[in-house]
Design a protein around this ligand. Structure first.
Ligand code: BT5
Length: 337
């Protein structure tokens, strides 16, 4: 959907019961047939628009699409999301946000897409990004902090996504899995990718990419065992604009708190209350190998604490964590096969 289509939508929103094609065309400097094409595009995107040969066009129902005009009424932020660029499809919203930053966009700008052809996970992994149902967005931030603090922003975002979900889908019990996943019923419903442009002592920018599986009724076959959607978990459709607005509202508040505190101290209690890992047996994997132990919370610097069977407390700065099955209790028969 291009910028002119979004302008036609804005005019229809403020246009009362009907707005004539002639008036829309005059305001935007386009022909009546061009107006008709933009209206057709809006209808294809799911907007309920009635047309009358004498009166023109009237907007009757909004679509569940995270366009800037749909998200704006949900925003309570000062900077985050005050500029939102929407695409029907991009390769990766993180890549597009990087371009936007190089063109001089200021912190708080958001890129959101209905689909991604090359959605990215961490370490070169792929983020499945089918069209029509989900949220894929990237937030440009320019924090004036030491580069070593940047990975903490994934945890800041995880808390904000959890808070946004709690607000928009109160019937769904989501959990945060260090460092960047949101789970529902043990399956991944959202992931966070924190990418930065740094110098030794300076952060140029951080791009926080967030993918949330919202309204899909099926999960791609390869992910069926590990992923889910809010729709599957909660049984009802969720408003993508409202959820995006809620996450941005919480993200701005948590981000400001993190800047002021100089650490994650202000969100540890929330994080641990909703953690999928606390006091559970885990295997943590990073570049230096695999460690097994019991997860014991996070530090104000964002490290995961793991207590080894020998009682040593390890600080994990980055990596992947897998929950291990609980130990068999005495008397449980051994697994067969
Ligand atoms: C992540 O990586 O979880 C970060 C995902 C970030 C995606 C957003 S979408 C908007 C922005 N633009 C981008 O290009 N990316 C960001 P990681 O922890 O490495 O997890 C990746 C793994 O999650 C994959 O290897 C799959 O196993 C699984 N996965 C892939 N797509 C998924 C999906 N849609 N839902 C749940 N799990 C998925």
């Amino acid at each position: 959907m291009n910028e002119t289509t979004e302008h036609v939508l804005e005019l229809l929103r403020g246009g009362g019961e009907y707005l004539s094609g002639e008036e829309i065309g005059r305001k935007l400097g386009i022909s009546r047939s061009a107006v008709w094409k933009h209206v057709r595009e809006l209808k294809e995107a799911g907007y309920g628009i009635v047309s009358s040969p004498k009166k023109g066009y009237g907007l009757r129902a909004a679509a569940n699409v995270p366009l800037a005009a749909e998200v704006a009424p949900h925003l309570k932020t000062l900077t985050l999301g005050r500029r939102i660029e929407y695409y029907d499809e991009v390769d990766s919203t993180n890549r597009a946000a990087g371009d936007l930053a190089r063109q001089g966009a200021v912190g708080g700008a958001v890129i959101v897409a209905d689909a991604q052809s090359a959605g990215r996970g961490r370490m070169g992994r792929r983020w499945e990004s089918p069209a029509g149902n989900n949220l894929y967005f990237s937030v440009l931030l320019t924090p004036n902090v030491e580069p070593a603090r940047v990975p903490q922003l994934a945890l800041v975002a995880a808390v904000a996504v959890h808070e946004g979900l709690a607000e928009c889908c109160p019937d769904i019990a989501a959990q945060i899995k260090w460092p960047n996943d949101i789970l529902v019923g043990g399956r991944k419903v959202a992931g966070i990718l924190c990418e930065a442009s740094l110098e030794a002592d300076r952060v140029h920018r951080v791009i926080l990419g967030i993918g949330i599986n919202v309204n899909g009724t099926r999960v791609p076959p390869a992910l069926r065992a590990i992923a889910t959607t809010l729709r599957i978990a909660g049984g009802r459709e969720v408003s993508r604009p409202a959820l995006l607005g809620a996450v941005l509202n919480h993200l701005e508040a948590r981000y400001e708190g993190w800047l002021q505190d100089g650490s994650l101290a202000g969100l540890i209690v929330y994080f641990e209350k909703h953690s999928a890992l606390d006091d559970k047996p885990v295997a943590a994997e990073n570049l230096s190998g695999v460690v097994r132990g019991t997860a014991r919370g996070i530090t104000p610097a964002g490290e995961l604490l793991i207590e080894t069977p020998g009682g040593e407390l390890l600080h994990l700065l980055a990596g992947d964590v897998h929950l291990l099955p609980l130990c068999r209790t005495e008397g449980t028969p051994p697994p067969v096969g």
